[in-house]
Design a protein around this ligand. Structure first.
Ligand SMILES: *[C@@H]1O[C@H](CO)[C@@H](O)[C@H](O)[C@H]1NC(C)=O
Ligand SMILES: *[C@@H]1O[C@H](CO)[C@@H](O)[C@H](O)[C@H]1NC(C)=O
Ligand SMILES: *[C@@H]1O[C@H](CO)[C@@H](O)[C@H](O)[C@H]1NC(C)=O
Length: 202
């Protein structure tokens, strides 16, 4: 069973589209920081939850494309960045309250049970790693803008041809909570300072 799981996982990795460059194998379950950074590095989209501007007190959840950069202004690594239209529903929420939360799953990498197979964990199983990043959705500064746009357009080439006149914003997530489940026993909280400073070569 364990071997089958590993084989299924490696095959899924090999079958991933070329554009989704895998950044190393899944880290061990006791390495929470590495696992959080691994999910962020290997996913190119997320669900973003906001507080709905038109339905007070209710959450709104939407898809958003992502890239991760090292911020030139702070040296923070693994920072999610975004290219969104001010006309989007989530942008209208953010204009009122920029507290957001990003939902990410190992299932996005094809490593969990979206084919109904019981050889790999179900997306809701604690063994299918899930990460919720909360914080403030912020405009990038002029110092960070080039790095963010370059990485976004590299990971999402179609963005380059999106129509002008849609009030495109370049933003980043200023993290205040990193919540991770990758095994049984409840969630782990990774301090942002530890997440930002973690070096992939370690
Ligand atoms: C994205 O994150 C991974 C792992 O944290 C890192 O290796 C990679 O360099 C990051 N990408 C950029 C453009 O900084
Ligand atoms: C955003 O979240 C922070 C931290 O939880 C909280 O202190 C602040 O009041 C929130 N802002 C709004 C506008 O809800
Ligand atoms: C981000 O930039 C847009 C466009 O300049 C502006 O309308 C918006 O208020 C800014 N958001 C924040 C949080 O400063």
């Amino acid at each position: 069973m364990r071997v089958a799981t590993i084989l299924a996982a490696s095959c899924a990795m090999l079958a991933a589209p070329a554009a989704l460059a895998a950044v190393g194998p899944k880290p061990p379950i006791d390495d929470k920081v590495a696992t959080a950074r691994w999910i962020v590095a290997n996913t190119r989209w997320a669900f973003i939850a906001t507080i709905a501007h038109d339905r007070p007190g209710s959450p709104f959840n939407n898809v958003i494309s992502t890239a991760n950069i090292t911020m030139p202004s702070t040296g923070h690594q693994g920072v999610p960045v975004f290219y969104t239209s001010a006309m989007d529903a989530s942008s209208k929420d953010i204009a009122v309250n920029n507290n957001v939360s990003l939902g990410l799953s190992e299932a996005q990498l094809g490593l969990c049970g979206e084919d109904g197979s019981d050889d790999v964990p179900d997306p809701e199983s604690p063994l299918c790693a899930r990460l919720v990043l909360s914080g403030r959705f912020m405009n990038v500064s002029s110092t960070d803008r080039d790095a963010a746009v370059t990485q976004l357009f590299t990971e999402h080439p179609e963005m380059k041809s999106w129509p002008t006149g849609h009030d495109w914003l370049v933003s980043y997530l200023q993290l205040d909570q990193i919540w991770l489940i990758d095994t049984f026993g409840g969630a782990s909280i990774v301090p942002p300072e530890v997440y930002w400073a973690w070096n992939p070569s370690h």
